[in-house]
Design a protein around this ligand. Structure first.
Ligand SMILES: Nc1ncnc2c1ncn2[C@@H]1O[C@H](COP(=O)(O)OP(=O)(O)O)[C@@H](O)[C@H]1O
Ligand SMILES: [Mg+2]
Length: 336
C-alpha cells in the first residue's frame, strides 16, 4: 500500500457560468520518502489537485468524484475532524507566495512556535528550541536573533525558508510544495531547491513538488505527472519522462525548456491557448494545439496506456506507432 493513493480524483467549481471541471480523473501513488513532481502550464489543475488532497478548496469548489487514501484512510468525505489531524500534522503545504502565509504583525519566532505548539505536544520551552533548530535546518543564520524579527525584515528567499521550516516543524509524512520558488529570483530559487533536496535526504519525508518548470522536476523528482486541462496526460519515472516522452504535450514542454545544448537557440513555447474548462471537447484536450494531431484525436479522448512498467501516457500516437510496428513485423513475417 502506498502512503498516498489518489484514484480518479475529480474536482469542479460551480460558478455562475457553469461547472468548471478543474481536475478530471487524476490517479497516482506516492510512496514514503519519494519525490513526485506535478508539472504543467498555468491553469492545468496542479494547485486544485493539491488543495483537493488537503481539502482546502474555495467555497465554490467540490470534490465530485474519486478517492484519496492516506496511510490507509479515506480522506474524501472523512470530514473536518479527520482533516484537522492530517493537515499540518501529517501533510503540510507551502505556497508560492510566503508573504500571504506569514502574519506581518507577529515575529517569525512566535509564528514558528505557534505552529509547533498547535501540531505537537511540546511545551513552550521545547517549542522555542525546536523553532531555532528548524531555522538552523533551513540555513537561516543567527536563528536566535532572527526569531525576534518580523517578516518584513526577511528577504523573499528567507521568508520561503521560514515557510519550509514551519511546514517541516511537525515532521509531516508528506510535504506539498506548490510552486515554492516561482516568486523568487533564479539564484535564490536554486538555493531553496538545494535546501529541499538536502532536507528530504535527511528527514526522508515524501514530497509533492508542483511546478510549471521542468528544470525543477529534473533537479528534484523521482516520479513525474504531466497535467493538461485537469487530467494526467503522462506519468512515469523522471528518466522515462525526460528521455522517452510519449505524449505530444510533454514533448512540447521539453522543447520549450532551455538546456545546455540549446541555450542560445530560440525556445519553442507551445502555441495556442489552453482549453476552456467549461466546454471540454470530446477528444484529446491538447489536440487543438498539437502539431501531430490525427482525426481520432479530435473525435475521442485517448485513455491511459501503459508504455512500460514505469510509464503511462494518454496519447493516440502511441497506438499508431504500435500498429505501425505490428504491421512491419507482419509484413516481415510474410516475406520470409
Ligand atoms: N476558485 C475558483 N473558481 C473557479 N475556477 C477555479 C477556481 N480555482 C481554480 N479554478 C479553475 O481551475 C483551473 C485549474 O487551476 P489551478 O489548479 O490553480 O491551476 P495551476 O495548474 O496553475 O495550479 C483554472 O484554470 C481555473 O479555471
Ligand atoms: Mg497553481
Amino acid at each position: 500500500m502506498a502512503l498516498l493513493e489518489v484514484r480518479n480524483l475529480s474536482t469542479s467549481f460551480f460558478t455562475d457560468e457553469g461547472e468548471v471541471r478543474a481536475v478530471n480523473g487524476v490517479s497516482f501513488d506516492l510512496e514514503r520518502g519519494r519525490v513526485l513532481g506535478i508539472v504543467g502550464e498555468s491553469g492545468s489543475g496542479k494547485s486544485v489537485t493539491a488543495y483537493s488532497i488537503m481539502q482546502i478548496l474555495a467555497s465554490t469548489g467540490r470534490i465530485v468524484g474519486g478517492s484519496v487514501r492516506f496511510d490507509g484512510q479515506e480522506l474524501v468525505g472523512a470530514g473536518e475532524k479527520v482533516m484537522k489531524t492530517v493537515r499540518g500534522n501529517r501533510i503540510s503545504i507551502i505556497f508560492q507566495d510566503p508573504m500571504t502565509s506569514l502574519n506581518p504583525t507577529y515575529t517569525i519566532g512566535r509564528q514558528l512556535m505557534e505552529a509547533i505548539l498547535l501540531h505537537t505536544d511540546r511545551n513552550r520551552e521545547q517549542a522555542h528550541e525546536r523553532a531555532v533548530e528548524m531555522l538552523r535546518l533551513v540555513n537561516v543564520n543567527e536563528p536566535e536573533k532572527r526569531m525576534k524579527q518580523y517578516p518584513y525584515e526577511f528577504s523573499g528567499g528567507m521568508r520561503q525558508r521560514v515557510m519550509i521550516a514551519m511546514a517541516l516543524a511537525c515532521e509531516p509524512d508528506i510535504l506539498i510544495a506548490d510552486e515554492p520558488t516561482t516568486a523568487l529570483d533564479v539564484t535564490i530559487q536554486a538555493g531553496i531547491l538545494e535546501l529541499m533536496k538536502d532536507i528530504q535526504k535527511k528527514i526522508g519525508m515524501a514530497i509533492i513538488m508542483i511546478t510549471h518548470d521542468l528544470g525543477v522536476v529534473a533537479q528534484l523528482c523521482d516520479e513525474v505527472i504531466v497535467m493538461y486541462a485537469g487530467a494526467i496526460c503522462e506519468q512515469g519515472t523522471a528518466d522515462e519522462i525526460f528521455y522517452n516522452p510519449k505524449h505530444e504535450y510533454t514533448k512540447g514542454l521539453l522543447r520549450s525548456i532551455p538546456t545546455a545544448s540549446n541555450t542560445d537557440q530560440k525556445l519553442e513555447p507551445i502555441s495556442g491557448t489552453p482549453i476552456d474548462l467549461l466546454n471540454m471537447p470530446k477528444g484529446c484536450p491538447f489536440a487543438p494545439r498539437c502539431d501531430a494531431a490525427m482525426k481520432i484525436c479530435i473525435r475521442s479522448r485517448c485513455e491511459r496506456m501503459e508504455i512500460n512498467e514505469h510509464h503511462a501516457a494518454a496519447c493516440w500516437q502511441n497506438l499508431r506507432e504500435e500498429m505501425l510496428r505490428a504491421g512491419v513485423e507482419q509484413k516481415g513475417g510474410e516475406q520470409s
